[in-house]
Design a protein around this ligand. Sequence first.
Ligand SMILES: Cc1cc2nc3c(=O)[nH]c(=O)nc-3n(C[C@H](O)[C@H](O)[C@H](O)COP(=O)(O)OP(=O)(O)OC[C@H]3O[C@@H](n4cnc5c(N)ncnc54)[C@H](O)[C@@H]3O)c2cc1C
Length: 303
Amino acid sequence: MVYRKSCGGLLCRESFDNLHQAGTPFLALPHHDLHQILERKVRQVPVHRGCTIQQFQLDSRGVDVVLNNGEKWHGDLLLACDGIHSQIRQTIYPDITLSDLGLFCWRFITEKPEGIQTDPQLFFGRNSAFLIYPMINNRVYCYGHIADSCTKSLPDDKAREELQSRFDGYYSPVRSVLTNLPPSIRLICGRMQVMPKSVWGGERALILGDAAHGCGPILQQGVAQGLEDASLLTEELNKTEDLNQALHSFIFRRSARVNWVGNYSNTKLKDLSSTEEISRNESLKQNGPIHTCGWKQLFAMPL
Ligand SMILES: Cc1cc2nc3c(=O)[nH]c(=O)nc-3n(C[C@H](O)[C@H](O)[C@H](O)COP(=O)(O)OP(=O)(O)OC[C@H]3O[C@@H](n4cnc5c(N)ncnc54)[C@H](O)[C@@H]3O)c2cc1C
């Protein structure tokens, strides 16, 4: 991982090699490829696409659900994995509102520019940052944010214009990514909103993934924490016939870890976006990349 100033000057770097004790590799793959891999493992599970939950009713015997296509289902447990804006979470916890980190951000995948090899590179401006993360097939994942408390959303044409103008002062490879951005590339942009604290629902309705603990992306742990939820829930359900006991153990095992990831990610993301550029850069030079520092601490924690 390499951190640089927007002009390209090196701030700090640390290799991924040997960061994980088991030698587990770092993976960067498109959302669609991850879905295909996951789908292959659940071929025997009926999947209904293109429908949403319109109503649900929980009681001690389970959950009754009505879908928007009129179908009715009964189950033992409702798993709410419907993302950071989860309707199910909002029904269970109407008082919880998302925290805004004061950042407006863009995400997209494009062709790999010159000067990017295997190391991800994060570039810092005065109140902005831009990440270029190599992927397979000569592609890169890009993420850029600016400190901005006002912009709510941008229409497609404006999103591209703003992205190019806000990162205008950056040198290549950021500049070459932005000037060569094909018109067909889809930009995802919006405010950086996070859960103020993790919530799990509980008896008969369990909240998972971003819906439960969505946080800033500085450790790039969003997908990993959702997958850990799924894996540990399966483990706990396989240990006992008692659903309440399994959910209790699951929440107990997950809470400290997701809270740590959330606190670290959100705090560091805010620090990195500080306009106190000189002290931020000095601290990065002394302490090394926030990514690798955080991963080392995370890997040392029990699952
Ligand atoms: C700017 C930014 C950069 C990020 N970068 C990274 C990164 O580099 N690496 C990483 O791991 N993570 C990253 N993340 C986080 C990552 O995108 C999320 O953590 C991850 O997608 C969460 O997965 P999820 O399945 O919980 O939710 P989602 O991916 O949001 O999936 C929720 C699903 O539920 C569906 N849904 C919603 N409502 C309903 C409903 N009522 N009924 C039925 N279905 C519904 C949605 O259509 C969607 O398919 C980033 C996030 C942001 C904002």
